[in-house]
Ligand binder design. Structure first.
Ligand code: SF4
Length: 340
């Protein structure tokens, strides 16, 4: 078992199962996440025979950093796991802290038409430990603390629900990485049953919905998930989520030239979201050579923004990071695999 996949409760249960006191789990967690050791031998306040047992039952499994691209305000990592599968993580330097955008799966089955990551089918889910270790490696590499985590990299987090929930538990734990729940954001393309499950957990974690269209007609063309969970079902579920959690929801909206960026779309979107505790994050599209969608013009983006503002919908235009590097999600991995 990967030691980084263990929640504190898992480790407590483990120690109880081997006839030890459960507080030993806290000691191990302190070594892992406060003192950042990478072997059991460094855990000097734990008895030799227990260290031996830990070595028999757990491994320190971390991926290899195979590529790093550094930009002015961004740093992009390509990680390779021991089965040779690779994923990306992107660190963005904001004025409010260091935010790491993480992958949750190798590839993705959601097949959103505009997405570079989605061109590669899902190979497998990442374990909680594989997500945790991406944070540890970046922190260690750059000698800084990651203050925010967003699950918006390769993969659909709610298609890997159990591992993602365990990951959140580990990084949110005071004894673990102690990342505040409000500093963690999960983004989903709209898997309704999992949004319901997430709502019932009543976490303070932020929820972002990849909406990208104001109606089923357009959404069906660019997001396959929309056929399984049409917009009215999705919106009812989100209303329910807001009622249960009292949390504001973010709607991600990538502006694609001539597809979803008209004034009519902006008004429709405003109507759809009116009265909801939410805000819209407008995302200028990052063109890639493999996908035919084009970026909306600056004028169109600003017009879309103005309409939402005028209609009293909270809205921002996402700041762009790393224009000088392969910054579209999935682009680094895709370029790397083509080089091989
Ligand atoms: S946008 Fe997200 S859910 Fe859609 S294909 Fe890309 S990674 Fe998957």
């Amino acid at each position: 078992m990967n030691i980084y996949s263990q929640s504190l409760e898992d480790l407590e249960n483990y120690f109880i199962s081997i006839g030890q006191k459960k507080f030993k789990a806290i000691q191990v967690y302190d070594w892992l996440y406060k003192k950042n050791v990478t072997s059991f031998d460094e855990m000097t306040n734990i008895k030799k025979e227990i260290i031996q047992k830990l070595k028999e039952d757990f491994v320190f499994e971390v991926p290899e950093i195979v590529k790093v691209q550094k930009g002015k305000d961004v740093c992009k990592y390509l990680f390779k796991f021991k089965d040779n599968q690779s994923v990306e993580a992107v660190l963005m330097f904001h004025d409010y802290g260091n935010s790491l955008c993480l992958s949750t799966q190798v590839g993705c089955n959601m097949d959103c038409a505009f997405c570079e990551s989605g061109r590669r089918k899902k190979v497998r889910n990442l374990t909680a430990g594989e997500m945790v270790s991406q944070i540890l490696l970046v922190q260690n590499d750059l000698k800084l603390r990651i203050s925010h985590v967003v699950l918006m990299g390769i993969g659909e987090p709610f298609d890997n629900y159990d591992n993602v929930m365990k990951f959140i538990n580990i990084i949110n734990s005071d004894r673990g990485l102690a990342l505040g729940a409000r500093h963690i954001t999960v983004s989903t393309c709209g898997i309704v049953p999992k949004i319901k499950a997430f709502a019932s957990q009543k976490l303070q974690v932020n929820l972002a919905i990849s909406l990208h269209a104001p109606d089923d007609n357009i959404r069906n063309k660019i997001m396959k998930i929309s056929k399984a969970y049409p917009l009215n079902e999705l919106m009812d579920t989100i209303k329910d989520y807001i009622k249960k959690t009292n949390r504001r929801v973010t709607f991600e909206y990538i502006l694609l030239k001539g597809v979803n960026d008209s004034e009519e779309c902006a008004y429709k979107l405003a109507k759809l979201l009116k009265g909801l505790n939410c805000y819209v994050n407008l995302i200028p599209y990052n063109e890639t050579s493999h996908i035919e969608f084009k970026r909306s013009s600056e004028k169109t983006i600003l017009r879309f923004y103005d309409i939402l503002k005028k209609e009293k919908i909270g809205v921002t235009i996402r700041r762009e990071f790393g224009g000088e590097i392969s910054s579209a999600c999935g682009q680094l991995r895709s370029n790397y695999e083509e080089e091989l």
